[in-house]
Design a protein around this ligand. Structure first.
Ligand SMILES: [Zn+2]
Length: 228
């Protein structure tokens, strides 16, 4: 996954540089393999050290991963019953470490789609509309970071966060309660802020509003106790 061998050759994370690395059934991967991805996810590069020399490969990839809520997959499905015992669920979810989840910006639940909805064909946002929205948000960020090495909100460091993500009292209290109630880490706190800034950009809003913070908090579903 991260590369290796002698002489060192790049792994999947470097082959996905400036692209997407999709890992389906995340808990099925070897836990150690997943853990070594933590550093490259932060640094955007991976260094493979050998006795005589070390080699650094680029690894600026977008990680997309999928996992079931339990081994049978029906734990959160209202139409089916899950017979997985709590220790089995715990062991399954435990294969993905907290520190790795902490480094993932967005956690969302994708419920099974009911037959009626499959048939209804109700139109959602089309891909072209979504593309336009994303392009607009990118333009806002290009303007915000003009002349700086930061290109997008996800690259904001802690100091920049304080300048760019100024919150009102309501928003600050919402974030404080979410951090306290769910025992969120400092990293998760910063991720919520960056994400709220992006949601506000998608909304073409100059300031981060309560609804943006609320949405960003809801994208930390795996940090909550019910999922552990
Ligand atoms: Zn189950």
């Amino acid at each position: 996954m991260v590369g290796g061998g002698n002489p060192p050759s790049p792994g999947e994370i470097s082959l996905s540089h400036h692209g997407v690395l999709f890992l389906d059934e995340l808990p099925e991967f070897n836990r150690r393999t997943l853990e070594v991805m933590r550093q490259p996810l932060e640094d955007r590069v991976v260094t493979i050290s050998r006795a005589l020399r070390s080699t650094t490969f680029p690894a600026d990839f977008m990680l997309v991963a999928a996992l079931n809520p339990c081994p049978c997959g029906y734990r959160t499905d209202p139409r089916r019953s899950c017979h997985c015992a709590p220790p089995v669920i715990e062991k399954y979810m435990g294969k993905v470490s907290g520190p790795l989840l902490d480094r993932i910006d967005i956690h969302i639940e994708v419920p099974a789609v009911a037959f009626s909805e499959l048939q209804s064909g109700a139109p959602g946002t089309s891909s072209s509309e979504m593309r336009e929205q994303v392009m607009r948000a990118r333009m806002i960020q290009a303007k915000r970071f003009e002349g700086k090495s930061t290109r997008v909100n996800s690259q904001l460091n802690t100091r920049q966060l304080r300048e760019v993500c100024v919150l009102g009292t309501t928003e600050r209290n919402m974030l404080r309660d979410a951090v306290n109630d769910n025992g969120l880490s400092a990293r998760a706190h910063d991720k919520i802020l960056r994400l709220a800034r992006t949601i506000a950009d998608l909304d073409d809003a100059a300031n981060i509003k309560a609804e943006h913070i609320h949405e960003a908090i809801n994208y930390r579903i795996l940090d909550r106790d019910i999922w552990k």
